[in-house]
Design a protein around this ligand. Structure first.
Ligand code: BG6
Length: 497
């Protein structure tokens, strides 16, 4: 098939990557280690520079020392190579800039002017709070460093509701055109999430079954054992619905539910995901009361250690949810009547992100007098940890005599099937930014459609003025989350360890 030229892969351009928020947690924990890995694999074009921008009074040497420490802390020891670190540090500069003040931005201008050629693509990664996205874009525009080839990368959360997301998008859109804007949802950079597309569309056996005729329901879980820790300031203004469901979980839902695009390209996948978001059944207040569950972790034991309640970590009572379970429906021909149950929580009993597609039971019992029961097939798509796919089937237990039905699993574990370690999501996504490939980034319309769907839930919850149900840290969430499925005659399919 001949692709439009706009879809053809581009090589990694020579870039000046300016990370505003260059001394922040995201930059030090994720971005700089990801750049180290790209350097190690030879994926950074010669001449590419990394310019950290922060309010800290650091010179280049001071920032390089910080980068070195970040790489040592966050890259596994067996992957550390001092010559690679030196190569990365050679690219690194620092400028003192403050989004709230005009000072320092001229220095950034000066550094960018020193680029080795006019072809160098300027990428601005805004690893800062979203309220600063608009003001920073304006400063970049004021100092005249935004060119038609420039790109801006925005971290989630993009706003706290539809109106604030629109304001941010409008402000950024004053300076950058939509194709220049890369909105990160790091779940889309995960290996198994991309494999979901390949599994669905590069094989034939699933597609005829991938609909309401054969699928009973879908479960999507993202459970964490970590609490909110030092992020409680941010988290308490957000909560699990904004932090995880509006973005990561809805993106997974889209990839499960979307129609096959003509080809997997920059706009085609995003077009199809948008259609799914637009087909989500809007929630009335009654739907919210019936189909959503909020939880907040109480003290408990996680991985053998006692941990405090969310409110104690925060230092005050809170109505913010650290757990959400909900039932969604995609109102279209393929999915009519198939519930999508989503759930996410902090301080759960295990760390796992998984999609489980539960098929319908066979229409007719064919083995009268057999021992054991036929169980509905389940396809588990494990996003993390232990990425892979597992198909639960009913088989005959070997041996003479009568037929004994037993459950068994077809296992595809990436670690065993491929002798390669999956790159971190940020490494892949940063390279895509440097190559100018937006396929795995969220478009404005997608982000806004996702906010439009979650907003009635937020509104209803805030109007109720109630505390979320408590669940003990180290558990699978509040009892109401179990009841949400039991009411429909279903149960959460726990991940096999
Ligand atoms: C982030 C959320 O987007 O995703 C965090 O803000 C959450 O609260 C994290 O912990 C989970 O990501 P991962 O890759 O560890 O599943």
């Amino acid at each position: 098939m001949t692709l439009p030229t706009s879809e053809l892969a581009t090589a990694s351009s020579v870039c000046d990557l300016t990370v505003v928020g260059g001394t922040g947690d995201l930059a030090l924990r994720k971005l700089l280690p990801a750049l180290y890995q790209s350097e190690r694999r030879g994926n950074l074009a010669p001449g590419t520079r990394v310019i950290g921008g922060s309010r800290h009074d650091l010179d280049d040497a001071g920032y390089r020392a910080m980068v070195r420490e970040a790489v040592h802390t966050h890259v596994p020891a067996h992957e550390l190579d001092e010559t690679v670190i030196e190569r990365l540090l050679d690219r690194v500069r620092h400028v003192v800039v403050d989004a709230d003040s005009p000072e320092g931005w001229d220095e950034l201008h000066g550094v960018l002017k020193q680029a080795e050629s006019d072809d160098v693509v300027r990428v601005f990664y805004l690893a800062v709070a979203p309220r600063l996205f608009g003001p920073i874009c304006q400063r970049l525009d004021d100092i005249g460093v935004v060119e038609p080839t420039s790109r801006v990368v925005l971290e989630k959360p993009l706003g706290t509701d539809l109106a604030s997301a629109r304001r941010i998008n409008d402000a950024v859109g004053q300076v950058f055109d939509e194709p220049q804007i890369f909105r990160i949802d790091h779940y889309l950079g995960k290996e198994s999430v991309q494999n979901l597309l390949v599994t669905r569309f590069a094989n034939t056996f699933l597609e005829p079954l991938w609909n309401s005729r054969w699928i009973d329901h879908v479960q999507i879980t993202a459970a964490e054992t970590l609490g909110v820790g030092e992020r409680s300031g941010y988290y308490d203004t957000s909560g699990a619905l904004r932090d995880m469901v509006q973005n990561h979980l809805l993106q997974l839902l889209c990839l499960v539910a979307m129609e096959p695009p003509t080809y997997v390209g920059r706009e085609t996948v995003r077009d199809e995901k948008l259609k799914v978001l637009q087909a989500l059944k809007p929630m009335s207040p009654e739907d919210v009361d019936r189909d959503t569950v909020r939880g907040s972790y109480a003290a408990g034991v996680v991985d053998g250690a006692e941990v405090p309640a969310y409110a104690d970590e925060l230092g005050r009572p809170s109505q913010t949810e650290t757990f959400v379970a909900l039932r969604a429906e995609v109102q279209n021909w393929r999915w009519a009547g198939v519930p999508f149950y989503l759930r996410t929580g902090k301080r759960m009993d295990r760390r796992t992100s998984e999609i489980v597609v539960v098929f319908k039971a066979p229409p007719h019992a064919m083995f009268p007098g057999s021992e054991g029961a036929t169980e509905p097939n389940r396809l588990h798509i494990r996003v993390q940890p232990d990425e892979g796919m597992h198909l639960h089937m009913t088989v005959k237990e070997p041996g003479p005599g009568g037929i004994r039905l037993r459950p068994a699993t077809l296992d595809l574990s990436y670690a065993t099937a491929f002798d390669a370690v999956s790159p971190e999501a940020y490494e892949r996504l940063l390279l895509d930014v440097l190559k100018g490939n937006p396929t795995l980034f969220m478009r404005r319309d997608e982000v806004e459609a996702a906010w439009a769907w979650v907003e009635p839930v937020l509104q209803r919850w805030s109007s109720l003025d109630e505390r979320p149900d408590e669940y003990p840290a180290g558990s699978s969430g509040p009892a109401a989350a179990e009841a949400l499925l039991e009411r429909d005659g279903r149960t959460w399919q726990e991940t096999d360890r």
